[in-house]
Design a protein around this ligand. Structure first.
Ligand SMILES: O=C(O)CCC(=O)C(=O)O
Length: 288
């Protein structure tokens, strides 16, 4: 928790800048138990229909522990060359005042880490994870993005509703798969994932630069929102066109997760201009 910053700054950092009704907290996604080995062809079929797959006990406590230590090593600035640390924007200008412990609770994200931390790289190459990703994609998966989302206690901000493909220069028909791995328990209070099942089959949504690069709040079919709480070691896969987002962390508990994105080995690419023609609001007759 952040003790060394002014109460007013902390209060401002805890403000919730979105309508409370943007997330529902009364429906929970179904998932399977038995690890990656328990994924059947029916589960794969269901992923294509619903756009997500939950494996509750994907990783062992030892794997979670190893990975968390690797994450802390990078968050604590122990690697001299690693630069992929992003603080919560609301408190970043106070970062030089933070103690080592506080610093951990002011970081929002770390990214592009696999080449700096073998324990994190090992997770991205986990045989069980890759085998399921390959079945979902229908082809050998290539890791093209790695990040850890560290939604810190009390100030961890929302990730507004979005489709991941709005961020990636990949053709629309590409099956992109995200794997989101809970390192801490992800709960309704600390900002677990929310998804709109089946939304990946409804095409690309126009995205707007508002609180983030996001779907307009009024375009989200909130009545279909389903939460995905996970225990540490749980893994959620989703399709790159699935609408998803996470509310702010209002609790005093950490919510650290890894997120890997895989594309088919054979996938082609788009230019940013081509992507923006699909997902951008510029020039389209829409308002938000
Ligand atoms: O983990 C989170 O809070 C949001 C992650 C996410 O949806 C993303 O970065 O695309």
């Amino acid at each position: 928790m952040l003790k060394s910053i002014d109460e007013e700054v902390l209060k401002a950092a805890q403000a919730i800048p979105y309508p409370a009704e943007l997330y529902r907290f009364d429906a929970v996604a179904e998932g399977l138990w038995g690890g990656f080995a328990a994924v059947t062809d029916e589960h794969v079929q269901r992923f294509h229909e619903q756009g997500y797959l939950v494996v509750h006990d994907a990783f062992s406590p030892d794997e979670v522990q190893e990975t968390s230590e690797g994450l802390l090593y990078l968050m604590d600035g122990e690697h001299p060359d690693f630069r992929g640390v992003q603080f919560e924007p609301k408190v970043v200008k106070h970062k030089s005042a933070f103690s080592a412990e506080e610093r951990r609770d002011a970081i929002r994200k770390i990214f592009r880490f696999v080449e700096y931390e073998p324990r994190l790289k090992a997770m991205s190459e986990h045989a069980g994870l890759l085998a399921v990703a390959q079945r979902l994609i229908g082809e050998k998966p290539t890791l093209f993005q790695d990040m850890a989302l560290i939604k810190p206690p009390m100030i961890g901000s929302e990730k507004p509703w979005h489709q991941d493909c709005a961020y990636f220069n990949l053709p629309l028909e590409t099956t992109v798969v995200a794997a989101w791995i809970a390192l801490d328990e992800a709960t309704p209070d600390n900002g677990c994932m929310h998804i709109i099942p089946g939304s990946h089959r409804e095409g690309p949504m126009v995205h707007f630069k508002r609180r983030d690069w996001q779907i307009c709040d009024t375009h989200v079919p909130v009545h279909r929102d389903v939460m995905v709480p996970l225990k540490p070691g749980g893994c959620l896969f989703w399709h790159g066109l699935l609408y998803h987002g996470t509310p702010a962390n209002r609790s005093n508990l950490r919510r650290r997760a890894l997120q890997f994105h895989y594309s088919p080995e054979s996938s082609e690419s788009l230019t940013t201009g081509e992507r923006m023609e699909i997902f951008g609001s510029e020039g389209k007759d829409v308002d938000c």
